[in-house]
Design a protein around this ligand. Structure first.
Ligand code: S3P
Length: 235
């Protein structure tokens, strides 16, 4: 397998891509791999936070390309000592090719079908995990419903200029290939913004913030289980 989207996602935020490799091994072998780098997130979350988070089920990160889903997912997985799963990495491992290769040889529809299939598999998992999703996964209505059933869906909201800055020089996203990336990002984000909002239990702004600030906000808001934000989720 050559250059892939997920290693680029790790590089884009300057973070190590170790967890993604674990995800790949896990997806390929079907065995559960304990997150090896849990100590690296600093102090573990306190017991009550871990307990509250557990009641919410899986933590599912959604949002546009470059929003930092993989990086924030890695931070949360370490903080909560949970496994991190990445839908793109699972699809790549299953297909034995990169996302770009899947788009080029099988087409976007085949990739979208693979996303739905991966989601179905995730629903069978009992142990709560952190799930980082591909940016287009909530676009299918059936996926939106499936995502919300998995647990707490968190939308990492990012501005178009931040996406362009973070993904400058990255060629692993087929939907952003070619000229006029800024326009593509703006137009896709305008279409998808309402979809992400509709799908999520929580929305967190990411521009100008570190993974730690974002992760702490997510945990804090999950802790406040009675907040109007997540009350409708029925936790
Ligand atoms: C896509 C986002 C990508 C990847 C694929 C399509 C999208 O994932 O799934 O290139 O449609 O927004 P990231 O959001 O992790 O970049």
């Amino acid at each position: 397998m050559g250059e892939h989207g997920k290693s680029a996602a790790g590089a884009e935020t300057g973070d190590a891509a170790g967890t993604v490799a674990e995800v790949r091994v896990e997806a390929a072998s079907g065995t559960v791999v304990e997150t090896a780098a849990r100590a690296a997130a600093g102090k573990a979350a306190d017991t009550q936070t871990v307990r509250n988070a557990r009641r919410c089920g899986h933590i599912v990160l959604i949002g546009f390309m470059g929003a930092g889903k993989s990086t924030v997912g890695r931070w949360l997985s370490r903080k909560l000592s949970r496994q991190l799963l990445d839908t793109d990495a699972m699809i790549e491992a299953g297909a034995g090719m990169t996302i770009s290769e899947i788009f080029a040889t099988r087409g976007e529809e085949a990739f979208r079908a693979a996303e739905t299939e991966v989601l179905t598999g995730l629903a069978a998992r009992r142990q709560p995990v952190v799930i980082s999703t591909g940016g287009g996964l909530p676009v299918r209505a059936e996926n939106r419903e499936a995502l919300r059933k998995l647990g707490c869906v968190v939308y990492l909201r990012v501005k178009p200029e931040t996406v362009c800055e973070r993904l400058a020089g990255d060629h692993s996203r087929p939907l952003l290939a070619g000229d006029d990336r800024q326009r593509k990002v703006e137009s896709l984000l305008a279409q998808r913004g309402p979809i992400y909002e509709e799908t999520a239990h929580l929305t967190v702004d990411v521009d100008g913030r570190t993974p730690e600030m974002i992760g702490e906000e997510i945990l804090g808001r999950m802790d406040a289980r009675r907040s109007a934000d997540i009350a409708h989720a029925g936790y």
